[in-house]
Design a binder for this molecule. Structure first.
Ligand SMILES: Nc1nc2c(c(=O)[nH]1)N(C=O)[C@@H](CNc1ccc(C(=O)N[C@@H](CCC(=O)O)C(=O)O)cc1)CN2
Ligand SMILES: Nc1ncnc2c1ncn2[C@@H]1O[C@H](COP(=O)(O)OP(=O)(O)OP(=O)(O)O)[C@@H](O)[C@H]1O
Length: 220
């Protein structure tokens, strides 16, 4: 029996195996080149996420506010008409750009705001409509999410990046949530990656599961 035959069938069905597979399957990693390189990419991404998040958190709060305002202005241009549309935003954490005031303006212009909800690790995200005053509760990773509200399919998805590259690929927190969610959506929304220009990197070493953003909006 070859090494490949020792790998359970279900793990071969994915375009790329999960990063922690070497912890579950003995001998995993002493394997074909493709899987070795994915392991290398996982290791590289983990270190790069830490570097980029630490760098972002080191920027003082006032500067982050100024950069967030510049991103918000550029978003108006990138997103265009919002009236009658559902725009998925996010509740910021770990130094992400704060676009909550921009989200409120979307509502004032006749759009609706949704927020992503982690239902379960390894599952696609759900999007729930939210407006100021609606109750929020702490979800997975302590992220604030709408307590209830209909699950919707947004027309526009704003995806905060940890890093991004020149081909518009996004490096996130490593849960694979946006990729999994976009892959499962019957109608692909317009996806806007948002981040600070300092988060630009040469490449994220895109893998078959990585879905590029339609556009990346930064503060520069
Ligand atoms: N503000 C905000 N909300 C969001 C996202 C986001 O990027 N920003 N998400 C976008 O997807 C989803 C949450 N995604 C997350 C994915 C992973 C981790 C996380 O903490 N992961 C582990 C390590 C994972 C790994 O490397 O295997 C950790 O950092 O300890 C947090 C949030 C939904 N809500
Ligand atoms: N469509 C998919 N189906 C199954 N697994 C997927 C899919 N998309 C991503 N994954 C898995 O999710 C894991 C994390 O992927 P990746 O490193 O691209 O995360 P990320 O984009 O940085 O995270 P996030 O979107 O949560 O911020 C990988 O193990 C990957 O194989």
């Amino acid at each position: 029996m070859s090494d490949q035959e020792d790998v359970p069938l279900e793990t071969r069905e994915y375009a790329s195996p999960p990063c922690f597979m070497h912890e579950l399957v003995p001998g995993y990693g002493a394997e074909p080149v493709v899987q070795d390189s994915w392991r290398d990419v996982c290791r590289w991404r983990k270190a790069e996420r830490k570097r980029l998040i630490d760098e972002r958190l080191a920027v003082d709060a006032e500067e982050r506010v100024a950069r967030s305002l510049r991103i918000a202005s550029a978003l108006d241009l990138a997103v265009g008409r919002v009236s009658g549309r559902i725009v998925s935003g996010y509740w910021p954490f770990r130094g992400e750009p704060d676009l909550r005031n921009w989200a409120i303006k979307v509502i004032e212009r006749g759009g609706r705001i949704a927020l992503p909800v982690v239902i379960k690790k390894g599952w696609p995200l759900e999007f729930r409509v939210w407006a100021p005053g609606d109750p929020l509760e702490r979800g997975v990773w302590n992220i604030l999410v709408p307590s209830h509200g209909p699950s919707v399919q947004p027309d526009v998805v704003i995806a905060p990046v940890v890093g991004f590259d020149q081909a518009n690929y996004r490096l996130g927190y490593g849960g694979g949530f946006f990729d999994r969610t976009l892959a499962a959506m019957p109608k692909r929304p317009f996806v806007v990656g948002v981040g600070y220009s300092d988060s630009r990197i040469q490449t994220i070493y895109p893998q078959p599961h990585d879905i590029p953003m339609g556009v990346i909006v930064t503060d520069e």
